[in-house]
Design a protein around this ligand. Structure first.
Ligand SMILES: [Zn+2]
Length: 393
């Protein structure tokens, strides 16, 4: 693939409201909060918002229908199995949308065909064609997914894709439903489709990667390098089991490493922190401290060596500025690996001007205290007061 072909626009398809809300152990999210998430996604420049599974529940239907009435630039999407009633419900929910998409899917892997669907290859092909034609009667924008694509016989997937495009699907999604593939394998599967399916040039190919092996983002990016031009992802990576590819990680990888990943998106990255916090609050799905981009530690520095580097030039230990993702400033935390310079800076921020002698006394007392447990601002003030140090603010 030459570099010109490699350049391109990547459609960001967010599934926080569909796959994300299927997360185990999630707090139920009512309609008004779903709408709030949808509005935030539209505002930050998401191209396609998968708002739910219209036939799945009244709440899903209402979410899709309400967001469809908002007149967003974003396309609103509903999931649908290949069953007539699913597709009709999706079409109904999307009716008011300026731009709506029906996303229909069927499993294609041998284990899903035999154990889940009880269908042979021919029946899968027939259902695919039937569902897409029905959806196209209701709406122009139809996406088709081969569920469990990465465990499907490649030759069979080519056949399904050819038929799906012929029936009218304009986006073909290639999900790694069970988070099983590896970056190189996924890229090779996608490159083969683009080379071997005769009408492949008539559709946009899409990734949908799960994170069971921690490879969802890497697999999505390799999919793009192989020719996919849509990435399905979610805020904070929430989704079934170990979750989906995290939008904030994908978009920041494309932004920060534009030199090696020369693709564009319409996402305003300054919104990441705010929407991450909103989704955490409404779903009860908290991110871990060391989560990339939006975790509490993503822009925090504690060890002496790192704090020293940061005090000289933040580029020593930060590849992006916290402002780019909507965080206000890098955080200086202190603990047993901190040095005197970091401690002096931290205490300065809390209102103490420490002389050289004061700093030595404070540093030694601090080290003893910090070995017992985490130090926070309150504990630092208490220690300073015990040592008779005056706070100037
Ligand atoms: Zn999924």
């Amino acid at each position: 693939m030459d570099s010109k072909e490699n350049e391109g626009f990547i459609h960001i398809f967010d599934t926080t409201l569909r796959d994300g809300l299927q997360s185990p152990n999630i707090t139920p999210v009512p309609l008004k909060d779903r709408v709030l998430i949808g509005e935030s996604l539209a505002k930050m420049g998401v191209n396609i918002i998968e708002a739910g599974f219209a036939i799945g529940s009244k709440l899903d239907f209402d979410t899709i229908h309400t967001l469809s009435q908002k007149g967003f630039d974003s396309t609103i999407c509903s999931l649908a199995r290949t069953l007539d009633e699913d597709i009709i419900a999706a079409g109904k929910a999307l009716k008011p949308a300026r731009s709506g998409r029906i996303h229909t899917f069927i499993s294609t892997s041998p284990i899903h065909r035999e154990k889940k669907l009880n269908m042979d290859k021919q029946q899968v092909l027939e259902s695919t064609t039937h569902a897409i034609k029905l959806a196209r009667n209701l709406i122009d924008d139809v996406q088709f997914s081969l569920e469990d694509f990465t465990r499907t016989e490649p030759e069979f997937s080519w056949k399904v894709i050819e038929m799906a495009i012929k029936a009218g699907a304009t986006t073909i999604n290639l999900p790694d439903t069970v988070g099983y593939t590896t970056p190189d394998e996924y890229a090779a599967l996608i490159a083969d489709i683009i080379n071997k399916v005769p009408n492949a040039d008539k559709a946009v190919f899409s990734t949908h990667c799960h994170n069971d092996l921690g490879l969802a983002v890497a697999n999505s990016l390799m999919g793009v390098q192989a020719g996919a031009r849509q990435i399905e992802c979610s805020i904070n990576g929430i989704g079934e089991r170990a979750g989906n590819a995290a939008m904030e990680e994908i978009v920041m990888a494309l932004t920060i490493r534009h030199d090696v990943l020369p693709y564009k998106t319409t996402i305003d990255t300054k919104n990441f922190m705010k929407i991450s916090e909103l989704v955490q609050e409404l779903t009860g799905m908290d991110v871990q401290k060391n989560k990339a981009i939006v975790g509490k530690n993503a822009f925090a520095h504690e060890s002496g060596i790192h704090q020293h580097g940061m005090s000289q030039d933040s580029r020593t230990y930060e590849i992006m500025s916290p402002k780019m993702v909507g965080q206000s400033a890098s955080e200086l935390t202190v603990g047993i690996t901190s040095g005197r310079a970091g401690l002096k800076k931290k205490m300065g921020a809390l209102g103490y001007q420490l002389s050289k002698g004061d700093l030595t006394t404070f540093y030694l007392a601090f080290m003893e205290r910090a070995a017992q447990g985490r130090m926070n601002d309150k504990k630092l003030h208490a220690l300073a007061s015990e040592l008779g140090l005056k706070c100037l603010t």
